[in-house]
Design a protein around this ligand. Structure first.
Ligand code: FAD
Length: 318
């Protein structure tokens, strides 16, 4: 079976991948399957499954005072990936993150994934936003994506955390990393961020999936700067159809991305979620077509709460 990295390198026809979130704790996996059922007719190349750390939720105690509760809202990344692979025979890419997981927990998850026959990963640091401040990050967690990459690479060479060496896994893990066309929020500038990105690629990242962006010119500039910096691996553009009024404000804030002026103008005319979804879908179709014309055959879609929009885009583009 080819790795996802090989599929990406050889994708000479228009194709797409998409990202799913594990169900909220206590919910059925049916919703995940429903999304795949709607999109599978367009032959997705692979499916990503996100990973989530513990979060803090404030709930009133017996005296009515709100106290913090720490829990994982969306557990189950490994199991969801395995069940998708088993049911649909589509390659899966579970995300592995540093924050909220000790290195030992990561090692055990990697051992599980190996037994399950899943060897494609996306390696990330994980969200580090203020809402997690209360959740203690263990000293024994990887700090940056590069640290997680080193752990996975050591395991590929048969080296476990306790320093023991064992027979390397028959199939090594192959992995991609994240990139930011408008720079990562904590980086001082795009150039500095790209140097960090190059470290991840030099350490074994076989491809890059980008954060969502709405302005293709920023993506094209990013790709050019990556190439100038000596990054030669495929760069897969990540697109998100805007489909809720609230996203007009929150997407730029959370994901540190800017809407281009013509998109903002159209969004400002919208008064319902339906209006926004129409504009967001049309914009994503326009972005997809321009990316394809410019040789980016593979597009990664963020489907969260937007399956119908991704379906409509796929119908127009594939
Ligand atoms: P890193 O590559 O570690 O970089 C983080 C920041 O630190 C950057 O500013 C970088 O320039 C800097 N940096 C890197 N290395 C060093 C170093 N050695 N010393 C000092 N500074 C350094 N989050 C989740 O929680 N779960 C998910 O499933 C998830 N999926 C994602 C999928 C994609 C495609 C993308 C683009 C993002 C995803 N995220 C996810 C969000 C991601 O975890 C956050 O954006 C996170 O803040 C950064 O992750 P990273 O892997 O890019 O971090």
């Amino acid at each position: 079976m080819p790795t996802v990295a090989e599929l990406i390198r050889n994708s000479d026809q228009p194709s797409f991948s998409f990202e799913l979130l594990p169900p909220l704790k206590g919910n059925s996996i049916r919703k995940v399957f429903n999304t795949i059922d709607q999109l599978k007719e367009f032959n997705p190349l692979y499916i990503n499954i996100t990973s989530h750390r513990d979060e803090v939720v404030y709930k009133p105690n017996a005296k009515g005072i709100k106290v913090p509760h720490v829990y994982r809202k969306r557990p189950g990344t490994v199991a969801v990936a395995a069940s998708i692979q088993h049911k649909y025979k589509i390659p899966v890419v579970p995300h592995m993150i540093c924050s909220g997981f000790t290195r030992s927990e990561t090692e055990y998850a990697l051992i599980d994934l190996n037994f399950l026959g899943i060897h494609d990963l996306l390696l990330l640091r994980g969200d580090n936003s203020n809402r997690h401040d209360f959740v203690k990050t263990s000293e024994d967690s990887n700090k940056y994506a590069i640290d997680l990459i080193r752990q996975v690479s050591n395991l590929n060479n048969g080296q476990f955390l306790d320093g023991t060496f064992m027979e390397p896994f028959e199939t090594p893990f192959s992995f991609g990393v994240a990139g930011y066309p408008e720079k990562h929020e904590e980086a001082t500038c795009l150039e500095a961020d790209i140097l960090r990105l190059k470290e991840k690629v030099d350490a074994g990242g076989e491809y890059i999936i980008t954060q969502m962006f709405f302005d293709n010119s920023k993506f094209f500039e990013f790709v050019q700067k990556c190439r100038e910096a000596g990054i030669t691996v495929p760069i897969v553009p990540g697109l998100k159809p805007i489909n809720y009024l609230s996203q007009v404000k929150v997407l730029p804030e959370i994901f540190h991305t800017q809407f281009p002026e013509p998109l903002t103008r159209e969004l400002l005319k919208c008064s319902t979620n339906e209006d926004v979804a129409k504009v967001g879908t049309e914009w994503a179709i326009h972005q997809s077509k321009e990316l394809l014309v410019n040789g980016f055959n593979l597009i990664h879609f963020y489907t969260m709460m937007a399956t119908k929009c991704v379906f409509d885009i796929a119908k127009h583009v594939y």
